[in-house]
Each structure stands twice: as structure tokens, then as C-alpha cells.
Design a protein around this ligand. Sequence first.
Ligand SMILES: Nc1ncnc2c1ncn2[C@@H]1O[C@H](COP(=O)(O)OP(=O)(O)O)[C@@H](O)[C@H]1O
Ligand SMILES: [Mg+2]
Length: 323
Amino acid sequence: MTIEISGLSRVYHAKRGQRAIPALTDIDLSIGEGELFGILGPNGAGKTTLVRILTTLLTPSSGAAEVCGHDVVREMKTVRRMIGVAFGGERGLYDRLSARDNLLFAAQLYDVPRRDVARRVNEVLDLVDLHERADSRVETFSRGMKQRLHIARALIHDPAVVFLDEPSSGLDPVAARSLRDLTKELQGRGKTILITTHEMFEADILCDRVAVLVGGRVRQVGSPDDIKSSVTLERVIEVEVRDELGRSEADVRALDGVSGLDIESRGPVNLLSVRVGNGSSTRLVDVLRAIPHLSVGSSLERTPTLEDAYVAIVEEQKDEVVT
Ligand SMILES: Nc1ncnc2c1ncn2[C@@H]1O[C@H](COP(=O)(O)OP(=O)(O)O)[C@@H](O)[C@H]1O
Ligand SMILES: [Mg+2]
């Protein structure tokens, strides 16, 4: 296994006297060579904490992790040579320098042999499609270009394993798509890739397998299709309502086989989504009957998407925390 995580936990101790925050609890995961593996989870799930531990930037509170057979704590230096990491955002790049100079600097940091440097820089510039802008200052780059440069930087020493922490976060759809293409291309070149995202559809189209992380625990592991079919959702019933649900919420929840309910504000209306489990007899008419006094807009019944499955897993976790 290229990445092997066993019993890994991490607690953050904020200020003295404050409650300790368990960011990761008892994580077990194995990721194979050449796999494109997704860590999927909502904000605060612990995704970045996990990436920071695997990339030797943070130590675990307990448990262990190995990358390419090397322990991330005891063999930190060896691990660092084998991995590349792109955290994204604005940090880590020198705005006043050109893309090429940023990469030359990174090549020095990673001890790329001097005779290889120029060739490597050109290779990664080509790979991320920044060759034409190689000599422009980074401060003139769009967010998507900066993100591609982050990835180029992570690849400068030709690592076997690449970590991408929310690479498409904050990008427009076109830039996000080009990053997904790049991620696939890296896999095509034999890299093992661990990517984090909170976008279900992104994980769905990109990843061989995903782990759904919620509240610092792995809730599900499998292919996107496995995850979809593991959630026993029969259908989703959606109703636009113009008023507050009030006491009717309890009536809807009490319908046969209702496994979850969300109310989302959409401008002048609220969208009520009711998730109905396998084998339930509840249909749209039953939901409408449970809210007789409400003014209702359009309504429909549909089959669940991967996003519904993800929401169901996240909600289930929340319920457990409360009880
Ligand atoms: N340096 C830190 N000190 C204290 N708490 C932290 C720190 N970094 C993250 N956390 C907390 O740990 C949890 C997981 O955070 P993070 O790994 O950043 O999640 P994600 O990347 O999935 O959004 C959150 O509750 C977050 O507030
Ligand atoms: Mg994060």
C-alpha cells in the first residue's frame, strides 16, 4: 500500500483551560499505488488535518501513518522526498516573482539535481499549461492559474504521491474543470493521488474510491457507486412551501420511513426535501397531506443523487452527536 493509516487520531489543544478539539479519531485507511483517492467531507471534518499529518507537517496524537512504507513521524525526511503537496489558496507562492522563478526556487528547496532543474521546470510548466505565462509575475495570475502553479510546484521533484487539498475550492467552473483534467492526467502518469473536496460531484467523477469523513471519523469507504448504494434511500420528495413549516415538521418526520428532512431557503420560498428510506410507502401525496395549511408551490419526487447520499451520511452523524 502506498498510504497506510492505522488508528490515527489528532487532538488540538487550543488555549489552556479550553476544551480539547478532537479533529481526527481512530482513522484506518489504505490507499494503493496509482489510486486517485478522495477524502470527502464538510468543512471542519478534519480533511486538512489528515493531509497535514500525511505530509509530515503535523504530528498525530496517536496512531501511525506510512507513505511508501515510511513512517511520517520517524522518517519525515524520506517521506518528504517522495511526496508533493498543494494546499492552494494564496500562501506559498511569491507574488513578485515569475512562475518560472517560483519553480526554480522550489527546485532548490527540494534538492533537484542542478543539471535537471531547467528541464524539470519546463516539464511541469507544460504539464499545468502555464508555459506561455511562465515569465509573468504571479501577482498577475488568475486564481485558477495560481492553483495550477501550486500543483506545478508540488510536482517539481517528481514525487510518487501527490496531495491536493481542496484544489478546486473557490475556482470558477471552467478553472475547476481544468484542474480536474490535470488531476486525471497526473494519475495517468502513474502518481498516487489523495485529493480532498467537499464537492460530491467532483469526487464522483474523479475518484476511484473515497472516504467520507465527518466529525473527524471515517463514515464510509468505497467507490462512489458503493457509497451511493450503501445509503438506503428510496427517493427524495421536494416541496416548495411559502410559509414556515412550524409544527407540521413533526408530522412530516412521523411519516412512514422518513429518514431525513432539510429545509433550505430559496429566495421567497423554502424548499422542503424529505428523504425516504427503502421499503417506505411514503409518496408525495402523503407529504402534502401532512402540511394541509401551508401554501405549496411546485413539488416533485425523484431518485437520490450522490449528493443526497452524502447529505444523508452527514446528517446521520449529526444525529449521533446529539443523542
Ligand atoms: N490549529 C488548530 N487549532 C485548533 N483547532 C483546529 C486547528 N486546525 C483545525 N482545527 C479544528 O479541527 C477540526 C478539523 O479542521 P480541518 O482539518 O481544517 O477540517 P477541514 O479541512 O475538513 O475543513 C475543526 O473543528 C477545526 O476547527
Ligand atoms: Mg480544509
